[in-house]
Design a protein around this ligand. Structure first.
Ligand code: PMP
Length: 408
């Protein structure tokens, strides 16, 4: 973090104390995992109880059944669940399951969407106008050392272009194991997918016999039943993470029983063996269960209300100070785009040099006014935030927008 990284020492509620003793309201929340902030008594009690019993066993515990049951009850398309230790692993296992189930190699994903650090899901995470291709996006390696086979096996879909996506899915139909989508992809702008787009992905993947995989690692925090009901869709597989771990490392894959059967060891060697030393460890499971129980309908209604208040406040500040920009997101998530363009996908969200300078100035000013946001403009709100905390956030944002205006 420029110009200086802020080292965290302690968190309580929605606030974090840094190594210099400065206290700030945390709107990063460990990149959206800490939906209840820090030190919630119910989560602490669950962890303390488990700490006395043992932190990890090479055996199942009842705690994993309880969290799995909660997830299956809440997410209509999830019939069975397997746990792992990160969202990266969740997406990776979903893609591997889709390949094992279909016997096909290729996956399709959205340009600019982040799905963790498995090399297939990283393809075209940060392409530039020089290499992103035409209307049909090129498949661009993200990291040095990515084998050519990886980019060959990833079809990159344009976001929010139903016909463009449908055409590509049908074109690669016979070879396609799955279509991977986050319906509100943070790095691609946090603009929600249109319902036409998600419908096109669902219909086209069914038509060609590929699976639809939803990445709900972040979007589980937008509603009691996750994101799928907002788009009136059921995914075949869902990758989960972040909030379901109650502040501990976590990932999970869930979905259709016949697909999840590829992991099953009940009839000899599974089609897709899956293990992990700390997978489903009871510390994570207990903390996750406590956190998910706290995320009841009332908690979601409150998060929606404070999200609206911060988004409205920010929009009013942009108007008041004459700074071009927009605010996107829903529920407890929002993102600020300091551009005149209408933002609809990764390409339109990508800031030019001036816009990037303004965003940096905005973030730095916000930080110095006592509010932390992610460097790329994402903010995630949490349940301990009171009305007065929200007012503090809105006031800090107003000051930061005014600082941006003074640069123009
Ligand atoms: N998918 C999405 C949508 C994410 O935002 C992230 C993490 N930010 C991941 C997957 C990967 O999760 P993890 O960092 O736990 O590996």
């Amino acid at each position: 973090m420029k110009p200086h990284p802020v080292y965290a020492v302690r968190g309580e509620g929605c606030r974090v104390w840094d190594a210099d003793g400065v206290v700030r309201i945390d709107c990063i929340n460990n990149f959206t995992s800490q939906i209840h902030g820090y030190g919630h008594p119910a989560i602490k009690a669950a962890i303390q109880e488990q700490l006395e019993l043992g932190t990890a066993f090479g055996m199942p515990t009842e705690s994993e059944i309880e969290l799995a049951e909660l997830l299956c009850e809440r997410i209509a398309s999830v019939e069975t669940v397997r746990f792992m230790n990160s969202g990266t692993e969740a997406v990776m296992n979903a893609l591997k399951a889709a390949r094992a189930y279909t016997g096909r190699a290729k996956i399709a994903k959205v340009e600019g969407a982040y799905h963790g650090s498995y090399d297939y899901s990283e393809v075209s995470l940060d392409p530039t106008p020089e290499n992103w291709g035409g209307v049909q996006p090129a498949s661009v390696a993200y990291a040095a050392g990515t084998p050519r086979g990886v980019t060959n096996d990833v079809i990159v879909l344009p976001f929010n272009d139903p016909e463009g996506a449908r055409r590509l899915i049908e074109q690669h139909g016979d070879e396609l194991a799955c279509v991977l989508v986050d319906p509100m992809p943070n790095r691609a702008g946090l603009v929600p997918a249109t319902s036409d787009y998600i419908r096109a992905l669902r219909e086209a993947s069914t038509k060609v016999g590929a699976l639809l995989v939803f990445d709900e690692v972040i979007t589980l925090r937008i509603g009691y039943h996750g994101a799928q009901p907002f788009w009136n869709v059921e995914a075949d597989l869902t990758a989960m993470g972040k909030v379901i771990g109650g502040g501990f490392p976590v990932g999970a894959v869930g979905g259709r029983r016949d697909v999840m059967d590829v992991f099953s060891p009940l009839r000899g060697k599974p089609a897709l063996p899956h293990g992990g030393t700390f997978s489903a460890n009871p510390m994570t499971m207990r903390a996750g269960l406590a956190a998910m129980k706290l995320l009841d309908r009332e908690a979601f209604a409150r998060l929606d209300a404070i999200g609206d208040a911060v988004r409205d406040g920010m929009r009013a500040s942009l108007r008041r100070h004459g700074v071009p920009g927009s605010v996107v997101g829903c529920g407890s998530l929002l993102k600020v785009h300091l551009t005149e363009r209408e933002v609809s996908d990764y390409r339109s969200a990508l800031p030019d040099t001036t816009e990037a300078q303004r965003l940096n100035a905005f973030n730095l000013s916000l930080l110095n006014r006592g509010v932390m946001a992610a460097s790329y403009g994402l903010m995630a709100l949490s349940t301990p935030m009171t009305d007065s905390d929200v007012a503090e956030i809105v006031a800090a944002m107003d000051g930061a927008v005014q600082d941006v205006a003074s640069l123009m």
